[in-house]
Design a protein around this ligand. Structure first.
Ligand code: SF4
Length: 374
């Protein structure tokens, strides 16, 4: 059951992809290129044009990348002036610590805050500068501290930090120091992702030479991170996401709850009116106005279950019934009860959720739950 969005009154999420980075981190496969003045200007102009065309109202806005802070606060303000927002709209800006917290950084947080930015996301990855270096990150964790202080001085209190698990030379002790940094540094939210070696990246080319924690060690690191983050007051709400009470990312929750969001910009993905579509990974095509590519139907029952199980709230039977007009299939419930005996799921009369062990094996557990889906 899919309902059409009323563009004028129904707020949805908005993702803006800013595909510019000063250098390419060796593990990263997001679409980004080095910024060039003329190119960034025409890209910003194309974003504004597209936003005017869409003329929707949004309750979350997420500037992702790439490195959105590279555009500078004036461009962020210009783009935001083309975005109709609800009163309490969450507006997140991904920032590179060395561009916003470096000693010579000129990023104007006050201007960004004045134009509506109320949440920033910083790539800490690790509080150990040697580990940061091994990941090819520019600058040190002192830049992260300075970026947080500058954002807070401008009135932006909602700060998300990214951590990476299973990175070269990482130990449980160094990971715990990184979690401590998040706690004392004043973060409200932490995303902790396990490093994946993606095809096409520099790490993939060099994979034979990388010394990485093995699968068991990485599992231990994940469990240690979950435990330490929760002790530090960041409660897990998704496989890789943790927040202080009330600071869960409203934008990212839309992805996992199969709610609507529009993606604008090269490589941006959307889910609107039951359809998934995306822009190609090409700045030129986007600036030239090439339309997004249809990715087919989205938000069906299987996809909904798969995404819901990433959340600690799990698959809530009543929400499923309300959305699809029928009950969660018996086959899923029976398998969840079986996996409960193995400590991988929790089930009761209202929902199915994965345990922490279940999260570690989430791909296999979700595949099992959805096998022979009726
Ligand atoms: S990790 Fe972030 S800063 Fe590094 S290349 Fe990817 S998008 Fe750019």
């Amino acid at each position: 059951m899919t309902t059409m969005t009323d563009k004028s009154t129904n707020p949805i999420g908005l993702y803006l992809h800013i595909p510019f980075c000063k250098g390419k981190c060796p593990y990263c496969d997001f679409y980004s290129v080095a910024p060039r003045k003329g190119v960034t200007d025409s890209y910003v102009a194309a974003l504004c044009r597209k936003l005017d065309e869409e003329n929707r109202i949004y309750d979350t806005v997420y500037f992702g990348g790439g490195t959105p802070s590279l555009l500078g606060a004036d461009n962020i303000a210009l783009i935001l002036s083309h975005i109709r927002r609800t009163e309490n709209c969450e507006v997140t800006l991904e920032c590179n610590p060395s561009d916003t917290g470096g000693t010579d950084s000129v990023f104007d947080f006050a201007k960004a805050a004045e134009s509506g930015v109320n949440r920033i996301s910083l790539g800490l990855q690790s509080a150990d500068n040697e580990e940061r270096k091994a990941l090819g990150r520019r600058g040190g964790c002192e830049d992260v501290e300075r970026a947080i202080a500058r954002a807070k001085a401008a009135g932006i209190e909602n700060i998300s930090l990214d951590l990476m698990l299973g990175i070269p030379n990482q130990t449980k002790e160094s990971l715990l120091r990184s979690v401590e940094f998040c706690k004392t540094g004043g973060a409200t939210h932490v995303s902790a992702y396990i490093l994946k070696i993606e095809e096409g990246t520099f790490f993939h080319k060099k994979r034979e030479n990388l010394i990485l924690p093995d699968e068991d060690e990485t599992s231990e690191l994940y469990m240690a991170a979950v435990d330490a983050l929760e002790k530090a007051g960041f409660m897990q709400y998704e496989i890789s996401n943790f927040a202080k009470d009330g600071y869960e990312s409203r934008h990212n929750l839309k992805y996992w709850r199969c709610e609507e969001y529009l993606g604008i910009g090269a490589a941006a993905h959307s889910f609107v009116d039951g359809k998934r579509f995306y822009y190609e990974r090409s700045i030129v095509d986007f600036v030239d106005g090439k339309p997004p590519v249809d990715d087919g139907f989205g938000g069906d029952e299987e996809e909904y279950i798969m995404l819901a199980l990433r959340l600690t709230e799990g698959l809530i039977f009543e929400n499923f019934r309300r959305r699809f007009g029928k009950a969660v299939p018996d086959s899923v419930i029976r398998k969840a009860e079986f996996l409960k005996k193995h400590g991988l799921t929790d089930t009761d009369s209202e929902k199915i959720s994965l345990t922490k062990n279940g999260f570690l094996l989430s791909n296999a557990v979700i595949c099992e739950l959805l096998a022979n889906f009726e």
